[in-house]
Design a protein around this ligand. Structure first.
Ligand code: C2O
Length: 462
């Protein structure tokens, strides 16, 4: 940014009553630090060296010190008893999933900078969408490093387990326009699907942030927030949602002092928080004072499956309904370019944290092996914290919801099948292992889906 532009910003922002600390950061900021793709990094790369050094220093501090590794992880979630400021405050299945985790990483990164004594440190991101980065990054598998933990699912530290392509798919949220739907779908996949695939500490909310890879996973989720927004086409942060903009969350800075933060403080990563991601290009800058048009959906319900229960054990067969009467209407909406047909799953809940995610298929032909490459694959049910009835759940229980675009699956199903039946199929998945065999994951959780319906949705600007 040029000097004159920065001065101009200074004049305007100072005139704004109630401008926050982060608006002022924006004026003073040095060039943003770059969060690097971890793929090409080695244990000797400065970012990973500093990260490992800080972790060691933080692990040596007592749990009650806000800069300790245990305290930082406990801000996300913990099984430790006792209560300390900001413990157990992570946001899952709420409007604040993307924003809270951005705030969390921001303060965490500042603490790493201090504890590593490396003022240039920026958290790398785990770019697992790249087919070359599906395995756990090598430096995290070295038992002698503080980046390592043994609390990971089978095969991860050995370098034999990897993320399946459906676990890291971004196709479930990138095309979605309304903020909260896109955020919710991203929270499921890749976010939740990656958590449960790695398992161990990462597989459960109260332990996840103890694994050093957690923060690289979340840097990637945070990067996708930017990339989602950058697509334009009506995508916007929820600038007309007062609660989203003003709800305050507590963190600690590198001096152990309490800091509160709101959604308005984290809209512009480079300008307010001083970081960008390698390869992301120009960021979209949104401002709380300037409210953009908000998009809503007009929804028409089409068909509904009976309530679904998936007990632990082998996948149940397809759940079918007869759509003979609705067939014509379904074909019309599936072929209408201005209308999206979506599978809306509501009241999705598990009685405990599942150790798998479920791929969802619409109209999969009988006897055909499910593959996430097929036209019938529409998305995943991946629960991580949200939708899980668990004794450690903080902030009250709420079932999860998912919304998957199914136009293509529906077109295919209706074209292939004259019987008038439409199947919904669920396939449990975990990590994959080398050699193509699927990791057999033990899942003890019961999953239920209260409502599974198809809707036709048309976009409308308010
Ligand atoms: Cu708050 Cu990935 O979890």
């Amino acid at each position: 940014m040029s000097h004159s532009r920065r001065r101009f910003l200074k004049t305007t922002a100072v005139a704004v009553a109630g401008a926050s600390l982060f608006d002022f950061n924006e004026l003073m900021a040095a060039p943003p630090l770059v969060r690097l793709d971890v793929g090409p990094l080695t244990a000797g790369s400065p970012a990973l060296k500093s990260y490992a050094k800080a972790i060691t220093a933080m692990q040596a501090l007592p749990t009650t010190n806000p800069l300790s590794w245990a305290y930082q992880a406990a801000i996300h979630g913990t099984t430790l008893s006792g209560s300390h400021p900001a413990w157990n405050t992570c946001q899952h299945g709420t409007p604040y999933f993307w924003s809270w985790h951005r705030m969390y990483l921001y303060w965490f990164e500042r603490i790493i900078r201090k504890m590593s004594n490396d003022p240039t440190f920026a958290l790398p991101y785990w770019n697992y969408e790249a087919s070359t980065e599906r395995y756990l990054p090598v430096p995290f598998r070295d038992a002698a490093s503080s980046l390592y933990t043994s609390h990971r699912g089978a095969g991860w530290n050995a370098g034999t387990s990897f993320l399946s392509s459906s676990a890291v798919a971004t196709s479930g949220f990138m095309p979605v326009i309304p903020y909260f739907t896109a955020q919710g779908n991203c929270e499921g996949t890749p976010h939740g699907a990656v958590h449960v695939s790695i398992g161990g500490w990462m597989g459960s909310v109260p332990t996840a942030a103890q694994d050093p890879i957690f923060y690289l996973h979340h840097a990637n989720i945070d990067r996708w927030w930017n990339l989602w927004l950058k697509q334009g086409g009506g995508r916007s942060n929820p600038l007309s949602d007062a609660a989203w903009k003003t709800t305050k969350f507590l963190f600690f800075d590198e001096n152990g002092a309490q800091q509160w933060m709101t959604g308005c403080d984290v809209l512009r990563a480079a300008l307010q928080l001083n970081y960008t991601y390698q390869g992301e290009g120009t960021q979209v800058n949104q401002y709380c004072l300037k409210v953009l048009p908000w998009w809503v959906f007009e929804k028409e319900w089409l068909i509904e499956w009976p309530p679904i229960k998936l007990p632990p054990g082998p996948d149940p067969g397809p759940i079918e309904i007869n759509v003979r009467e609705q067939r014509k209407r379904l074909l019309t909406v599936a072929n209408d370019a201005n209308t999206d047909v979506t599978l809306e799953l509501e009241g999705v809940e598990a009685d405990k944290q599942p150790s798998v995610f479920w791929e969802v298929y619409v109209g999969l032909p009988k006897g055909k092996a499910p593959s996430s490459e097929s036209a019938h694959y529409v998305g995943n049910i991946a629960l991580f914290g949200h939708g899980v009835r668990d004794e450690h759940q903080h902030g009250g229980f709420k079932p999860a919801e998912f919304s998957f675009k199914v136009d293509r699956a529906l077109q295919n199903a209706l074209a292939q099948d004259e019987s008038g039946k439409l199947d919904l199929t669920f396939v449990a998945r975990g990590a994959e292992t080398k050699g193509g065999t699927r990791e057999l994951v033990r899942n003890d959780a019961n999953l239920s889906v209260g409502k599974a319906r198809l809707a036709a949705r048309r976009l409308k600007k308010t």
